[in-house]
Each structure stands twice: as structure tokens, then as C-alpha cells.
Design a protein around this ligand. Structure first.
Ligand code: NAG
Ligand code: NAG
Length: 309
């Protein structure tokens, strides 16, 4: 009896932990899945969301109104969230934001998609700076939702780049919300970026490519290594299958030898080193154009600027 008691207590506690996790999952979490921990990007892969995207884009594709022949230009709001008014506190200089816009547009050259900075907002909010991430709990969802309600601007065609600290998370550099989430979670729409990853920033790992990568998620792309060697992968037929995220710049990496092609280590949607990632495939570009067509079709797009004159 005395020996059994401690075991019993441990089982009860672990059941409680499991149970509470199952019950207190956030609603965004329920739709997207839990974020990956200890990874460059905390955008999770959601097969269900992939299906939603497929069906949604198939519907809005036919509603392309000629904008695509001239390309899509998205307005951009940058929200600088800082803990104090020093660089280390997140107060990035305007020059880095301008250089980031140049890097972003260079990354999307040849895709029909471009970005135009229209505003920079500066917000002192230590808790958001330190703890905001893809919501994994109702508390975080409430915090993210309040933040978006107060500071997100524009509609579904407006790219909000939120610069934050991720200070309670050593590895994550950013995350981006898929376009189809806009209908249910408009206040979260945008990308969330570690402030020191901008060009000229203090990060030794990233110097601008994080924004290009996260905007890929914002335009419907998944990671190239999604689903590993089997399965649907990232849902794009011309990105070779990849068993896991690449690091460094391993030019001959072939982690799925039974599948065609070497690993897409130069793709923006992999995790390879800065300078190694430099391209999207034609299949990814087509999907991003579909996502752009979906975004300009959103009913709230009163100030949509889909067609660039
Ligand atoms: C990009 O625009 C050109 C015309 O400028 C068009 O022919 C092409 O289909 C567009 N590309 C995509 C992927 O929509
Ligand atoms: C500003 O915040 C950063 C990051 O938390 C901290 O390292 C730095 O000491 C702070 N500076 C001031 C002047 O408070």
C-alpha cells in the first residue's frame, strides 16, 4: 500500500496534464496544429488547412479579374514592437526596415508579386516583445488577438510585418499565417519576425531572408520538407521531396534518394543558411499567385490594391 501510493499519485498528475492540454488548446491551435519547438520557423504544417487552401483557391481562381496579368502589389505595414527604445530592446532603425523591403522585393522578383511599404508603427510592449509566438494556449491567443486588434492595420491584402523579440524562445526567427486563416482569424494575419534578423541586424544567422520565408507562408506555401519523403509533401509538384529541414548549404544533399531530384536547399521555404536560399519554383509561384487572387477576393478588401496600374 505504501509502495503503491506514490505511483498512483504520479499517474494522476500525468493524466491531469494530458487532460488539461487536450482541453485548453487555443482555437487557432485547433485549426493549425501545435507549433514546432526549437525550429527556425514556428509555422506548423496543417494537412487540413492545406485542403482548405486547395478548395478555396480553386474557387477564387476563376475570379481573377485581370490583376494577375499585371501583377499584385501588396501594401505593407511594419509594426515595431519593442521593450525599450534601444536597438537591443527591439527599436530597429528605419534604414533596416527600408533595406528589408528591398530584400523582400528582390526575393519576389519574377513572381508577379511585389510589396510597397506604407507605414511604420512603433509600439512599446515588453510582454508582447518577449512572449508572443504562434498561440499554443488560450492566454497567448488572447494576447495575440488583443495585439492584432489594436495594432494590425488594413485588410486581407495588407501585409503586416510585426517585429518582435521571441525572447523566451531561443530558436524561432518567425512565423507567418496562411491566407485562408484570414476569414476566421483576421486579427492575426501577417508575419511575425525576430527584429534582429533584418539586413544589418545583430543576428549572425539571418540577415533578411526570414521575412521572405514567412511571407511565403502568408501566400500559402509550406516548408519544402513537409511530410518528409512520402505523402503529399508541401503540395507543390516541382519541389523535390526532402526528409527533413536542411542546415548549412549542403549542395549534394539527397535525403530522399528514392524520389526524384536533390534536396531543394536553395528554396526560400527550406531552413538552409542565409545566402543559400534564393529561389521559389514555378509551382510555388503559381500557388502564391492563387493566394494573391484569393486575398484580393476577400469581401473586406475595400482598399484592395490588387491591380498595379
Ligand atoms: C504573371 O503575369 C504574367 C503577365 O504579366 C502572366 O502571363 C503570368 O501568367 C503571371 N504568372 C502567374 C504565375 O500567375
Ligand atoms: C533594453 O532592453 C534590452 C533587451 O531586454 C536590454 O538588454 C537592455 O538592457 C535594455 N536597455 C535599457 C536602457 O533599458
Amino acid at each position: 500500500m505504501l509502495l503503491l501510493l506514490p505511483t498512483f499519485v504520479v499517474v494522476l498528475v500525468s493524466l491531469f496534464v494530458r487532460y488539461s492540454q487536450a482541453v485548453y488548446v487555443s482555437s487557432l491551435n485547433r485549426r493549425m496544429g501545435r507549433r514546432g519547438l526549437g525550429e527556425e520557423c514556428s509555422t506548423p504544417y496543417s494537412p487540413d488547412e492545406n485542403e482548405v487552401m486547395r478548395a478555396t483557391f480553386a474557387r477564387t481562381k476563376s475570379r481573377r479579374d485581370g490583376a494577375s496579368s499585371q501583377g499584385y502589389e501588396f501594401n505593407v505595414n511594419v509594426n515595431v514592437v519593442a521593450t525599450n527604445m534601444t536597438y537591443d530592446g527591439g527599436w530597429v532603425p528605419d534604414s533596416q526596415i527600408e533595406d528589408q523591403m528591398t530584400a523582400l522585393n528582390a526575393g519576389y522578383k519574377g513572381t508577379n508579386i511585389s510589396f510597397n511599404l506604407i507605414s511604420v508603427k512603433r509600439i512599446l510592449a515588453p510582454v508582447i516583445f518577449e512572449t508572443l509566438n504562434l498561440p499554443d494556449s488560450p492566454e497567448q491567443e488572447r494576447m495575440g488577438s488583443d495585439f492584432g486588434t489594436l495594432f494590425r492595420s488594413g485588410d486581407g491584402t495588407t501585409l503586416n510585418i510585426n517585429l518582435i523579440g521571441f525572447s523566451t524562445d531561443d530558436e524561432t526567427y518567425g512565423f507567418g499565417l496562411p491566407p485562408t486563416l484570414y476569414t476566421e482569424f483576421p486579427q492575426f494575419d501577417g508575419v511575425y519576425i525576430r527584429f534582429n534578423s533584418l539586413p544589418g541586424g545583430s543576428s549572425k544567422v539571418r540577415q533578411g531572408s526570414t521575412v521572405t520565408h514567412e511571407v511565403g507562408h502568408w501566400l500559402g506555401l509550406w516548408h519544402t520538407f513537409q511530410d518528409g519523403c512520402s505523402g503529399d509533401g508541401d503540395g507543390i509538384s516541382d519541389t523535390p521531396a526532402e526528409a527533413s529541414a536542411a542546415s548549412g548549404c549542403p549542395s549534394k544533399r539527397d535525403s530522399c534518394p528514392d524520389q526524384p531530384g536533390l534536396d531543394p536547399i536553395h528554396n526560400w521555404m527550406d531552413y538552409s543558411d542565409e545566402g543559400c536560399r534564393d529561389s521559389f519554383t514555378p509551382g510555388q509561384i503559381t500557388k502564391m499567385n492563387e493566394a494573391a487572387a484569393f486575398r484580393i477576393s476577400l469581401p473586406t478588401s475595400v482598399t484592395a490594391r490588387g491591380a498595379k496600374p
